[in-house]
Design a protein around this ligand. Structure first.
Ligand SMILES: Cc1cc2nc3c(=O)[nH]c(=O)nc-3n(C[C@H](O)[C@H](O)[C@H](O)COP(=O)(O)O)c2cc1C
Length: 415
């Protein structure tokens, strides 16, 4: 689902420095050509207009703004506010941050903000509740690190449909963990991954994190054949999303194309988050923001030439009913835990959910399912029957670091 907007075309992913150079050249050429801006940009380079845009778009200090403060001070806040400060750093679909927190004397309530659900992309609230589950997991880890024993009640029986979890806080022991320490380092990494397998036994370590995740189990696609087939499905689904005007517009609405938009909204996707190398990112920032169509083209190209081509493995979280809110929340908790564990080992993860977005879209419109049967055929050998995909992601060894994404600080999401 996640896509971005400027027209950097066809980065060629490789793990070694020679390939990095080639990628830079190809991307930059493609980027300039793709916008039809090559001659014009070179002609005005060095003029006041470009210098101003460089300054205005934070070319040099891309994450200096207050929209990134939440990453800098999340450990300093004590007590319940500190737990919320950790929760807001969680992953969420398109960085929509669909959460509100209510702090009581002995508990924190987590509520959904349905205005932040993407209607055509997420008709059943699957991704919104997975994102809420991600925030809940950070909250629980932060409660333990601050000496509380959290007790999670999912979908408590209260006459409040937006209330998705109630976290009771009893005094307990201070429990730090590697997962907690990784909260401020975790980022969705959309760059190329190295052409090396994951460390031996690593996927088994991740699978062990599912022990108390109730109905959620991970499966891994690791063989070159399974990865190739999953890659084809991902690219086909990305094309289908972009061909669907409502889904394409949904994504475009959450892209923040310059520093002003980032500071103003403190959410959404940014150029810095696209995993491009620094030269390409800088050039893209100098160019005028481009259209929804060129953003869609960029995303499909990145999916084809970078995301799917350099995945060392795919993970898919399976549940018995992907439209069941409790399973969506539990899935989000496990997803966040996996991402934190991946981070603490210096590895990379990118969420990739265009396939399930197409599955829900077909269902919502009452259409013949296209992607459901294809995905089921792919995961069934590992999953057995009776389980379906909730979310998917790729894993690998990073060739460049993920960047900070903007956040509403805790103070803005506590009701
Ligand atoms: C349920 C869910 C679905 C997501 N789907 C995608 C996706 O399809 N593609 C992608 O690149 N990122 C995806 N993301 C990652 C978000 O865009 C990312 O978490 C958000 O922009 C915040 O950035 P961060 O994870 O680096 O903090 C997804 C995240 C969640 C929780």
């Amino acid at each position: 689902m996640t896509r971005s907007i400027h027209s950097a075309h066809a980065a060629v992913p490789r793990g070694d420095p020679a390939d990095e150079t080639r990628e830079r050249e190809v991307s930059r050429r493609g980027l300039l050509k793709g916008t039809g801006m090559g001659v014009l940009t070179i002609a005005v380079a060095g003029t006041g207009a470009v210098s101003y845009r460089a300054y205005d778009n934070r070319l040099l200090g891309p994450t200096d703004g207050t929209a990134f403060d939440a990453w800098r001070n999340w450990r300093d806040e004590p007590g319940t506010r500190g737990m919320v400060a950790a929760a807001v750093l969680a992953a969420s679909p398109h960085n929509t941050q669909p959460w509100i927190f209510r702090i009581g004397d002995t508990r924190i309530d987590l509520l959904a903000d349905p205005a932040r659900r993407m209607a055509a992309t997420d008709p059943y609230g699957r991704e919104m509740r997975v994102g809420l589950g991600c925030a809940l997991e950070n909250l629980v880890l932060a409660a333990r690190a601050r000496g509380y024993e959290p007790r999670v009640d999912l979908l408590p029986d209260a006459p409040e449909p937006r209330l998705v979890a109630r976290v009771g806080l009893a005094a307990g022991q201070v429990r730090h963990s590697a997962l907690h320490d990784a909260i401020g380092e975790r980022h969705t990494n959309r760059g190329p991954y190295a052409r090396k397998p994951l460390p031996n036994g690593f996927l088994a370590e991740l699978a062990a994190l599912a022990d108390d995740s109730g109905p959620v189990t991970p499966v891994w696609l690791t063989t070159s054949r399974a990865r190739r087939e999953m890659g084809v499905l991902m690219v086909d689904a990305a094309r289908a999303v972009t061909a669907d005007e409502a889904q394409s517009k949904d994504g475009f609405r959450w892209f923040r194309g310059d520093a002003d938009a980032i500071e103003h909204h403190r959410d959404g996707l940014t150029l810095d988050g696209q995993g491009l190398n620094s030269v390409t990112t800088a050039v893209a920032k100098l160019l005028p923001a481009t259209s929804r169509a060129s953003g869609d083209t960029f995303w499909v190209n990145q999916t084809r030439t970078v995301h799917t081509r350099t995945a060392a493995a795919y993970g898919v979280l399976l549940v018995t009913d992907p439209r069941d809110p409790a399973q969506q929340l539990a899935g989000g908790r496990l997803l966040q835990r996996i991402h934190l564990a991946v981070t603490s080992r210096g590895l990379a993860l990118q969420h990739m959910n265009q396939i399930t977005e197409r599955i829900d879209r077909d269902l919502g419109l009452g259409r013949q399912p296209e992607f459901g049967p294809r995905l089921a055929a792919l995961v069934e050998p590992a999953a057995g029957s009776g389980r379906q995909a909730l979310v998917a992601f790729r894993l690998g060894r990073p060739t460049r670091s993920g960047r900070l994404s903007p956040r509403h600080p805790a103070s803005e999401v506590i009701s």
